[in-house]
Design a protein around this ligand. Structure first.
Ligand code: NAP
Length: 295
């Protein structure tokens, strides 16, 4: 078994490109997986500032890297600068995994499928026929809306601070998948029935990330019913204030660690062709989060 700290001329390297990115748990998770799988690979962190992505992507190929992850704020821009997009990345219009295959830079997206797997594995939730309310309309919301629609959700409501962005995402979902999707006004008349009737609510805005300072002021937790599964994509802190409110209403809750795990496991398999050591990756994430929590 190789140690990622024993770096030789043969060691292959990957990493995560984002800005800021120092908080990422992906290096912890992937390095644990590489060691466990006996790969002489190492995973690093690259702070790629806005405006530097295209150079970084060129460098990735030129330096002979296996691939990389892409995170905030580069996911959508990366999709415009690869040689080829996987069907998932094409549908979502964003890339969170890159791979160099036969000299071509391929963009892939595992965020949506990672979230779906976390719903199935950690909450035994059935997407088919479900009514889903998504709070937020950024990159993560987009991946989740399109993936849940593709996997059989019956209705999707999207409520976002910038209303037009939620409307636009609903149009994309409807147009690409045929699923009934609506952008919602942030008014009780529009939101209340969706919160009351949703089988699944996904908090996909960045509100509540450590250090917590803001709230979704337009969301009234009193509308929640105990049958609803409530998810927050944030994994630090865990639980978020949003999930605490949902638990207090008797709802089942799910944080974002499962999504991080399964998007990573899918990426691992895509790069290596090997089955991902999910248990090892999960343990690394739990330890990594405990080390940074409340920093
Ligand atoms: P993004 O593209 O920057 O989108 C941010 C979203 O948050 C937008 O909908 C934005 O609304 C909303 N927002 C930001 N500040 C707000 C405020 N003060 N009040 C109301 N809404 C606000 O980010 P993203 O990539 O979608 O990520 C969103 C969250 O998901 C982040 O917390 C991220 O860490 C998390 N995430 C987790 C995973 C995981 O694996 N667990 C993966 C991806 C993302 P506007 O459109 O109005 O700006």
């Amino acid at each position: 078994m190789s140690n990622p700290l024993t770096i030789t001329a043969n060691t292959k390297f990957l990493g995560i490109m984002g800005y800021p990115v120092a908080h990422s748990l992906s290096p912890t998770m992937h390095n644990a997986a590489f060691i466990n799988s006996g790969l002489d690979w190492v995973y690093l962190t690259f702070a790629v500032s806005p405006g530097q992505l295209v150079d970084a992507l060129r460098g990735l190929k030129a330096l002979g890297m296996i691939g990389a992850n892409v995170t905030i704020p580069h996911k959508e821009e990366a999709a415009l600068h690869v040689d080829e997009l996987s069907p998932e990345a094409k549908l979502i219009g964003a890339v969170n995994v890159l791979g160099v295959k036969e000299g071509r830079l391929i963009g892939h997206n595992t965020d949506g499928i990672g979230f779906l797997q976390s719903l199935q594995q950690n909450a035994q939730f059935t997407v088919k026929g479900s009514k889903v309310l998504i709070l937020g309309a950024g990159g993560a919301a987009r991946a989740i809306a399109l993936t849940l629609a593709s996997f059989g959700a019956a209705q999707i409501g999207i409520a976002n601070r910038t209303w037009q962005r939620g409307m636009d995402l609903a149009q994309v979902v409807k147009h690409s998948t045929g699923v009934e999707a609506r952008g919602l006004n942030l008014e009780p008349m529009d939101l209340e029935p969706w919160v009351k009737e949703a089988d699944l609510i996904v908090q996909a805005s960045s509100v509540g990330m450590h250090p917590e300072s803001e709230e979704l002021k337009w969301f009234n937790p009193q509308w929640l019913s105990a049958q609803t599964l409530v998810c927050d994509l944030i994994y630090n802190p865990s639980p978020t204030r949003f999930l605490k409110l949902a638990s207090a209403r008797g709802c089942r809750t799910l944080d974002g660690l499962g999504m991080l795990l399964y998007q990573g496991a899918q990426g691992f398999t895509w790069w290596t062709g090997l089955e991902a050591p999910v248990g090892v990756m999960q343990q690394a994430l739990l330890e990594g989060r405990a080390a940074i929590q409340n920093y």
